[in-house]
Design a binder for this molecule. Structure first.
Ligand code: PMP
Length: 443
């Protein structure tokens, strides 16, 4: 307890006011294995955040650690800019074999800076260069990162940080969903049809002032935006429209990729292949790595058009290769699908006795519970208002009971679970039990 307090106090004096997790999750972790984190005070937690969805195999996966130790001991260069190494060659080969649709074995890879936001930036720049156009269509509630371009195509002001409105000319369309449906239909499918129709009219009607954008950028399931699934029909329509009008479709699989949603890539369920796929987080096996994979025809940019010092992280490629193989060979996407269903079933049972659980949703191991105030006056669609106070209290009550989870959504009113794909059934039941007890403690 004393060490934890000391660490937290010193951090409070030394670090930026912009830090986030450190404020809402006052844990000073000193040990971690799989889905279990131990704090400096000796308490253990089940980690349903897993490095913001990065640790597909959990903390300190033994095979990942062994592979990293072996390369560390081998004398292989760890920092190689963008030079080829056997480790990079092996990682690239494995990734190419796992890409969706026509990108498989066929795509060009561009290794970016170490974070997801760098890869989004590269995707936007490539689309603009390849088309010679500037504008980008993005969706409400989106989250693509914190650099200027990525933030500009993100949704709420709180998420887009200091990007300012004119970093990139962005046209924002409503992201389709059911609860609090932006078109007032209360129906996700219908909302998807309308969202796609709006895109088509914007890009075909000269009077719209939008013209043909360089790209449409989207998440198949919005994560930070509150765990909202775009309907498959919507995604297929967006693919059809972008293909017909020569608009580059960028699918941001930074959070959804590498098995988390029950497919290796979330876009695969709808049978949609993007022109540019953006990946980071789990693809580096817990180490910093980000890249884009794109149709070879787009590969028109000159050398040096998008570079960065940290593009050859050998450790990340070694760790990432272990994750790619494990997810493919141990069928962890299927595991994510099953475990996600088990967790959502349990959460719906809790919801049956607690109207504060307004909606339980998600896909695979991206899980969200929208918290509402059942006594509050309903919005235009008849749904009760969301409840940010309850959401914060519940996150804290879960932490008290040894469960790390996060909030997301338009209003930070969605409890989000992003556990490692290797969470056991028993651990999943413990997660449910801790959420139920946290909720009871509030009743
Ligand atoms: N895109 C999506 C869909 C994300 O969820 C995130 C991170 N949560 C990012 C991009 C940005 O990644 P990073 O934080 O590594 O820059």
């Amino acid at each position: 307890g004393a060490l934890r307090a000391e660490l937290l106090q010193r951090q409070e004096r030394r670090e930026s006011a912009a830090r986030t997790y450190a404020r809402t999750l006052p844990v000073a972790p000193v040990h971690a294995a799989g889905a279990v984190v131990t704090g400096a005070d000796g308490r253990t937690y089940l980690d349903c955040l897993s490095g913001a969805g990065t640790l597909a195999l959990g903390h300190n996966d033994p095979e990942t650690i062994a592979a990293m130790q072996a390369v560390l001991a081998s004398g292989a260069p760890l920092h190689t800019l963008d030079l080829i190494t056997p480790q990079k060659d092996a990682f690239s080969g494995a990734l190419l074999g796992l890409l969706p649709g026509e990108l498989r074995e066929n795509a060009r890879l561009h290794f970016c800076g170490p974070a997801g936001t760098d890869a989004v930036e590269a995707a936007l720049k490539l689309a603009r260069h390849a088309t010679g156009r500037r504008g980008v269509v993005a969706f409400t509630g989106a989250y693509h990162g914190m650099t200027l371009g990525a933030a500009a195509v993100s949704g709420p002001v709180r998420m887009s940080g200091a990007a300012g409105p004119d970093a990139v000319p962005v046209t924002r369309l409503p992201y389709p969903y059911g609860l609090r449906c932006p078109f007032g239909t209360g129906d996700a499918e219908r909302s998807g049809e309308l969202s796609a129709r709006l895109l088509e009219s914007l890009v075909t009607d000269p009077g719209s002032g939008v013209g043909r954008p360089a790209a449409v950028v989207l998440e198949v399931v919005q994560g930070e935006g509150g765990v909202i699934e775009g309907p498959d029909g919507w995604l297929r329509e967006i693919r059809r429209i972008t293909a017909e009008h020569g608009i580059v479709l960028i699918v941001d699989e930074v959070q959804t990729g590498v098995g988390r949603t029950g497919h290796f890539w979330a876009c695969e369920r709808a049978g949609v292949t993007p022109d540019i796929l953006v990946t980071s987080k789990a693809v580096g096996g817990g180490q910093p790595l980000a890249l884009i994979a794109y149709r070879p025809e787009l590969d028109t940019w000159p050398a040096g058009h998008h570079t960065g010092t940290f593009r050859g992280n050998t450790l990340a490629m070694v760790a990432g290769l272990v994750t790619l193989r494990a997810v493919a060979e141990r069928q962890l996407a299927e595991r994510a699908l099953k475990l996600g269903e088990r967790l959502r079933r349990g959460l719906r049972e809790i919801a049956a006795g607690h109207p504060e659980f307004g909606q339980v949703r998600g896909r695979g191991l991206m899980i969200g519970v929208e918290l509402v105030d059942p006594g509050g006056s309903p919005g235009p669609d008849g749904a009760p208002p969301s409840d940010p106070v309850l959401a914060r209290a519940l996150r804290a009550a879960c932490l008290e009971r040894g469960l790390i989870l996060e909030l997301g959504g338009r209003n930070d009113t969605v409890l989000r679970l992003l556990p490692p794909l290797v969470l056991t059934d028993e651990q999943a039941d413990t997660v449910l039990d801790r959420i139920a007890r946290a909720l009871e403690s509030r009743a």
